[in-house]
Design a protein around this ligand. Structure first.
Ligand code: NAI
Length: 467
């Protein structure tokens, strides 16, 4: 006989475990099926290990520049074996915490692959074989790295983020294919660690989805750091030769090549829409692998939702959290407001960091807004000078009122030191639909990096202090 729950969640990554925790906090009896490790990509081969290793890179950079502050630390070297142990300790600590949390909330865990069939039945194959049934099901099967023809992932010469996050030696020369969030974070990290990095991006600019000025600022900063950035290139293939390989690229007829010791493929992530069976159900999977949902994340099968990387919304852990909580509130009949993909916060942890929320200048114009923009550089900011990190800018996009004045804030785009920790007020401004005048009335503490956001908004009122 099937084991009955109020809700069964398939997939224990951020979207799935958020749904499970929130549902149990709402008094529901929850079963959570996970075939690998709780925490998913984010905890084991994504956000957490990547940011932990980026922190190693940041410490190394700081020590390298210590003598500018009169702190004589010598010539630092990195021991990636120790870095990896530290990374693993952070991951293990969070993993233990997550397991403890789910146990204390009395979420029933099933180790195995869950397959949804007819009548809301979930068959679990694996360590804990079982047949489950629930009136509500949440599909949260996530995504895996995409690959490209001609670049078979062998785990040593050609890798994706899955393997790169476990390296114990710094490669001398690296080609990173794809200049999105993952590619830029890895290019930045490897450059700090001492690799010579070539970044190959197919589109005319790196960081698609970011405001053009923000992407340009990162590309310039990368160039200054001697990362060899090529945009608008096609990658044709590679020719391995012993422990190295030559990556061929270039527009047709203008071929380039670079010999490297490691190729990192970061060309996006493929949703795992087909990972949970679905045979005999009305759940639809599109040709890209996404589970098809409406704006309330409902699939074609009544009572079955899908959340996280497996649906076509931004593939971000925090969007997964928000979607996981949303569907629980929806199935409880609380009529929550759907997550608006256009206004979610984005944070990229390269050096310089990137953070934004809301519309880019181009997207705002495209959807018909008349806009005014203002941007200010960190170069003149006191705190940025103090910390010795002045690359980057703040750009605010606001709606233009009929009288020509700046009104509602539509987008906030930050590049520079610790901007991932500074996005909060920009995110709030966009999502609270605040106006420039309202935000300009707030005081920014001095001296802080966040003064630059205040200054940029103030300048949009028509009067400013510094520029
Ligand atoms: P992405 O879709 O953001 O970027 C992939 C890049 O590769 C694009 O710029 C694309 O034009 C380029 N590309 C595709 N095929 C190519 C080819 N054959 N040659 C050269 N360039 C090619 O995907 P990414 O960076 O792999 O990240 C996957 C997902 O994970 C994204 O949705 C991303 O937002 C998310 N993510 C977010 C992070 C963050 O916000 N800090 C960190 C890591 C991942």
């Amino acid at each position: 006989m099937a084991i009955a729950h109020d809700l069964v969640v398939i997939g224990g990554g951020p979207a799935g475990y958020a749904a499970a925790l929130f549902a149990s906090a709402s008094g529901l009896d929850v079963g959570l099926v996970e075939e690998s490790k709780l925490g998913g990509t984010c905890l084991h081969v994504g956000c957490i290990p990547a940011k932990e290793l980026l922190e190693t890179a940041s410490v190394l950079r700081t020590v390298r520049h210590a003598s500018e502050f009169g702190v004589m630390a010598g010539d630092p070297v990195v021991d990636l074996v120790i870095s990896q142990e530290r990374k693993q300790k952070v991951v293990d600590g969070l993993f233990k915490g997550l397991n403890g949390l789910l146990a204390s909330r009395e979420v029933t865990l099933y180790a195995g692959t869950g397959r949804l069939g007819v009548d809301h039945t979930v068959t679990v194959d694996g360590a804990d074989p079982a047949v489950l049934q629930a009136p509500h099901i949440v599909l949260a099967t996530g995504s895996s790295p995409r690959t490209i023809p001609g670049f078979d992932i062998d785990g040593t010469l050609v890798v994706t983020s899955d393997e790169l996050l476990s390296i114990t030696e710094v490669p001398e020369r690296v080609a990173v294919i794809g200049g999105g969030a993952i590619g830029c974070e890895f290019a930045s990290m490897l450059c700090d660690l001492g690799s010579s990095v070539t970044l190959l991006e197919a589109l005319p600019e790196i960081l698609p989805g970011c405001d053009a000025d923000a992407a340009k600022a990162v590309r310039r900063a990368f160039k200054k750091r001697r990362i060899d950035v090529h945009v608008g290139v096609q990658v044709h293939g590679h020719d391995p030769d012993g422990p190295a390989t030559t990556v061929r690229f270039g527009p047709e007829g203008d071929a380039g090549a670079v010999e490297v010791d490691l190729v990192v493929v970061s060309v996006g992530r493929r949703p795992r829409g087909d990972a949970a069976g679905l045979v005999g159900t009305r759940v639809e999977v599109d040709d890209r692998g996404f589970v098809v949902v409406d704006d309330r994340l409902r699939t074609g099968e009544p009572g079955v939702y899908a959340v996280g990387d497996v649906v076509a919304t931004p593939q971000l852990a925090h969007v997964g959290f928000a979607e996981g909580m949303f569907v629980v509130r929806d199935l409880l009949g609380e009529h929550p407001t759907p997550v608006d993909p256009a206004t979610v916060p984005w944070c990229i942890y390269s050096h310089p960091e990137v953070a934004f929320a809301g519309l880019t200048e181009a997207a705002a114009r495209e959807v018909g807004h008349d806009v005014v923009v203002s941007s200010h550089r960190f170069m003149g900011n006191g705190r940025a000078m103090i910390v010795g990190d002045t690359d980057g800018l703040v750009k605010v996009v606001a709606e233009k009122e009929p009288d020509g004045r700046a009104g509602r804030i539509l987008g906030v785009h930050l590049v520079g030191p610790w901007v991932t920790e500074q996005l909060g007020q920009g995110y709030m401004a966009v999502n609270w639909e605040a106006t420039v005048d309202e935000v300009a009335a707030f005081i920014q503490p001095h001296p802080t990096l966040s003064e630059l956001f205040g200054e940029t908004v103030l300048s949009l009122t028509g009067r400013s202090l510094h520029g």
